[in-house]
Design a protein around this ligand. Sequence first.
Ligand code: ATP
Length: 197
Amino acid sequence: TPVLVGITGGIGSGKSTVAKIFSILGIPIYFADDRAKWLMVNDEILKKQLIEAFGSESYDSEGKLDRSFLAKEVFSDPEKVKTVNSLVHPAVGRDFSDWASTQNTPYVLKEAALIFETGNNKALDFVINVSSPLKVRIARTLMRDSFRSEEQVNQIINQQLPDEQKNELADFVIKNTDNKLLIPQVLKIHQQLISDK
Ligand code: ATP
């Protein structure tokens, strides 16, 4: 199995942008947030657990996840959100580890909005945090996502660990401010990760 490296960063920090650079270097990327959504529809164990927790209405007759039903179920109930997470996170963990074991590169990346928040860093060898000033992140997110209000963006930010704390916990920090170039920072980390093993 390759070395397992997480890449995280708050909303709008640029972690997807940075992941793209690694991917150009030939590093396989696992997109945990997209994959979690996929697993909720396709992982039989997880589906069974979600049905047990939230009822058969969670899926329609064709086995498709009823996201709006589930969203209504968990809406404004932190305990239910915890239940969903406690089922989805282990499923993603299993799936990631199966996926990683089939890759033939010195290391692989797992991109996820939440890594330290969920304790997932314990299952990874290294974590990279993509760090940008709050103001820049809000501006970039509002520019990219016209469907989100500033209030919604702030709400998401409040669910994430502050950037300064993530920088302290991370093994590598990539600064994505307007005056810092990303590619040289990525190359430096890449060199370290491939010379480590
Ligand atoms: P999310 O958590 O919402 O998925 P993210 O951390 O993956 O966000 P990106 O989608 O990579 O962030 O970046 C947010 C937006 O900011 C994108 O539209 C991206 O193109 C833009 N962006 C990122 N970095 C830079 C940069 N250095 N200069 C200009 N625009 C940037």
